[in-house]
Write a protein that binds this ligand. Structure first.
Ligand code: ZN
Ligand code: ZN
Length: 346
């Protein structure tokens, strides 16, 4: 079968691999497509995964073979979406709402990875991370379940607010999903991005109350928040882009006692002066990867179209074009790329 794998020179390239064996009590899934995630880009640009690795974890496919002793509820031909990591659900991390820190979580994965014509799913995947995609939901929409789960966790970690307001920093795929989640929770949502086409998308889809260019429209942003909000600043700043400039803006625009949610790692060496947090009781929260409960909520949200992800999937490209797909994503021209597998190169 054809896969996209990291090459020795850390470029992404096509390779042939044997179709994985059917795992005991598991399933073999013929992949329809897989979303390209920022973490995939990070893994090969910053050389965090070994050559030969097959990336991709936002995967949708059709069950083509099932072991005789598979968990109940699955049948051949089911369209499924699945996440890649399975927490143990028993360790100290798992019992204390840190499933994504569970030592088993990161040691489990799809075999070989989502950018592949077939993947093997273990019994644990079928039991805990896979969901049957209902009729009427497209594979590209279904592929948004795992990244949405990450967003749901971040929003939940920020805690509920009465008459809440949020500033979304970075209106890419994650920011535009977060905007809709906050809207559904009754927040007044404002957004900033350097890219005017993204500001336009957020406004035209009514995902936000208003959008602003963070440099050219900074005065208008201050003025609008003062006019709209009783305390003149937002309760929460959701940072899908983390760097010294966005942190500075967030600290200026969050209310006393408010919350900054960091949804990205940011440049090494970035610092925040603790005295700027302490005296104003600013909460600094990060969110990295979802729990099983978040996945379940995300599947429900997407399958019932409680948020609209279709306009966010800006590109759908066949597997042999994955190099171009990464480039479009890296350069900011793509909001979300869905990589289609297809039969042609088997
Ligand atoms: Zn991801
Ligand atoms: Zn655990």
């Amino acid at each position: 079968m054809l896969v996209a794998a990291i090459q020795d020179d850390y470029q992404i390239g096509l390779a042939q691999m044997p179709v994985p064996a059917l795992p005991p009590k598991g399933a073999l899934v013929k992949v329809i497509g897989c979303g390209l995630c920022g973490s995939d880009l990070d893994k090969f640009v910053n050389q965090k995964a070994n050559p030969g690795s097959v990336l991709g974890h936002e995967v949708v496919g059709i069950i083509e073979a099932l072991d005789d002793e598979h968990p109940s509820g699955w049948k051949l031909g089911d369209m499924i979406v699945t996440a890649h990591h399975v927490p143990c659900r028993k360790c100290h991390y798992c019992l204390n709402d840190s499933q994504s820190m569970c030592r088993q979580f990161k040691s489990t994965n799809l075999n070989p990875g989502g950018f592949s014509q077939y993947i093997a799913l273990t019994e644990d995947h079928l039991l805990h991370t896979a969901y049957k995609v209902p009729a009427g939901i497209t594979p590209a929409e279904a592929s948004c379940v795992e990244p949405l789960a990450c967003v749901l966790r971040a929003v939940q970690r920020g805690g509920p607010q009465v008459n809440g307001s949020v500033l979304i920093v970075g209106l890419g795929f994650i920011g535009l999903m977060a905007a809709q989640v906050y809207q559904n929770d009754g927040y007044a949502v404002y957004g900033v991005d350097l890219d005017t086409s993204r500001l336009e998308l957020a406004r035209s889809q009514a995902f936000v109350v208003d959008t602003f260019h963070p440099v050219n429209e900074r005065e208008r942003l201050d003025e609008v928040l003062k006019r709209h909000l009783s305390v003149g600043k937002v309760d929460t700043v959701f940072l899908s882009v983390v760097n010294p400039k966005t942190i500075e803006m967030a600290l200026a625009l969050v209310r006393d006692g408010g919350t900054l949610i960091g949804f990205a790692s940011g440049p090494e060496g970035t610092t925040v002066d603790p005295s700027r947090l302490y005296f104003r009781e600013i909460n600094l929260i990060t969110s990295y990867s979802p729990s099983l409960e978040d996945l379940k909520n995300a599947a429900h949200t997407i399958f019932n179209r409680k948020i609209n992800v279709a306009p966010l999937v800006s590109h759908s490209m066949p597997l042999p074009e994955i190099g171009n797909a990464f480039e479009l994503y890296r350069s900011g021209q793509a909001i979300k790329v869905f990589i289609r597998m297809g039969d042609s190169a088997l």
